[in-house]
Design a protein around this ligand. Structure first.
Ligand code: ADP
Length: 420
């Protein structure tokens, strides 16, 4: 319930006042909405929250008004759809004087997973943009419909406000054709829009830039291998601030071993499971996307649990860890060759930022490539970007925490600020 008066909405069509510096970032999934309200004068977070289990009987809204004391409020009333979810979020924000009708709100930035080849940059949402995101649904059936629902819902709530789409694929559109194309008939590839798009681009862009900053250099002068190791995981090769290769492909299934995704497998595995295992396409899809990776190998996808089991002598967990590291090392080697000169390897996301044993194992034995980890530096738990390579190392190895919401807000602010 709203227990404070809210500010009257700005009339449609009126320019945002000069003081409008807040950006709301929305990450809309099929049954969830994650959000953050940021003040772009200093990038500070005013509120963060999450609506889960939308459309189910027990939805949950968790809201933390960081600007107003930071005490988390949780409500468990049923929330029928995204429209109801966003209205509930708006109501929570209003309670702290941060409502969506505030004149200080400049724009809403939306995470959109698939932008195909069409969207190479963050884009102000128009009818044409909505049409194109819709046309990309066949290549991102799980993500784009939910992202689109978030955009349409926010638009209905504040039609006068710029909505900005920030695409997970955009950073990777600079990949050369040699890296982006699969070795299949180009006519068939083009007809079905089959190519390597890559994902986690917002994170790779942010982390590669922050790594350059950590080294005290301009992004144009630095070559970085970024290892985004979360539940989903991807690697990228970034030359002078531009992505030249990345490990995810047409879908997020390709590349590294992940929490529940297999990463690279011989496509022959799919034929074999269909012909010999008599599995349907949907069953194989579920197997490779949801029941493989670390989880498929050992029944756990949380690296903390896997490490705990290894410490107790569990061989299944040890083998899962070894397979994960072997693949990671192969990609470090591959991107070293792609870049030829590497200035830094940056670890990020849940596993990359927290799991020192993963970082140590991933570069173990690569001293010949100038890569090493200093055990003491690697063991330090800290918040910000930091070097973990020895003082004299030829290549910097770093832990660089990612911040996709800040990056979406920054890109949104840069775009809308330019236009107003
Ligand atoms: P998502 O892909 O869901 O955004 P995150 O980047 O939040 O994932 O990473 C989540 C994963 O990070 C967890 O599944 C777990 O494996 C790993 N993780 C989180 N904290 C730790 C930790 N302290 N030590 C090791 N691994 C961790």
């Amino acid at each position: 319930m709203t227990d404070r008066p809210t500010t009257a909405p700005a009339p449609a069509g009126e320019q945002a006042p000069a003081a409008a510096t807040r950006v709301l970032v929305l990450n809309s999934g099929s049954s969830s909405v994650k959000y953050q309200l940021l003040d772009m004068r200093d990038g500070s977070r005013l509120a963060v929250g999450l609506v889960e289990r939308i459309g189910e009987r027990t939805s949950r809204l968790k809201h933390t008004p960081l600007a107003a004391g930071g005490e988390t409020r949780e409500t468990n009333a049923p929330i029928a759809d995204h429209d109801a979810a966003l209205k509930a979020v708006a109501q929570e924000l209003s309670r702290d004087g941060l409502g969506l009708d505030s004149p200080e709100l400049l724009a809403i930035g939306h995470r959109v997973v698939h932008g195909g080849m069409f969207f190479t940059e963050p884009t102000v949402v128009t009818d044409e943009v909505i049409g194109e995101i819709e046309r990309l649904i066949p290549v991102a059936p799980l993500h784009n419909p939910a992202n689109l629902t978030g955009i349409l819902t926010a638009q209905a709530l504040r039609p006068d406000l710029p909505q900005v789409a920030v695409f997970d694929t955009a950073f990777h559109t600079t990949m050369p054709e040699a890296a982006a194309r699969y070795a299949i008939d180009p006519k068939i590839a083009d007809r079905y829009r089959i190519r390597r798009y890559g994902f986690h681009g917002t994170s790779h862009a942010y982390v590669s830039r922050e790594t350059a900053r950590l080294l005290g250099k301009a992004p144009e002068d630095v070559n970085v291998i970024v290892l985004h190791l979360g539940n989903g995981a991807s690697a990228s090769a970034v030359r002078g601030g531009r992505c030249v290769d990345t490990s995810m492909g047409l879908t997020p299934l390709e590349g590294l071993v992940m929490g529940t995704r297999s990463g690279d497998v011989d496509p022959g595995v799919v034929f074999h499971l269909a012909r010999v295992g008599h599995m349907s396409m949907d069953e194989i899809d579920t197997l490779l996307n949801k029941r493989s990776g670390l989880f498929g190998l050992c029944g756990d996808n949380d690296m903390r649990e896997i490490r705990r089991r290894i410490d107790e002598g569990d061989e299944e967990a040890a083998l899962a860890f070894d397979i994960y590291i072997h693949r990671l090392k192969k990609y470090i080697g591959a991107y070293y060759a792609v870049l030829a000169r590497v200035d830094a390897v940056a670890f990020t996301a849940g596993v990359g930022e927290n799991a020192a044993p993963v970082r140590e194992a991933a570069v173990a034995g690569l001293e010949g490539l100038g890569l090493a980890v200093d055990p003491q530096r690697n063991a330090v738990r800290a918040e910000g970007p930091r070097l973990i390579s020895p003082e004299s190392a030829r290549v910097a190895v770093a832990v660089v925490p990612t911040d996709e919401e800040l990056e979406i807000a920054t890109q949104t602010y840069a775009l809308v600020g330019k236009n107003t």
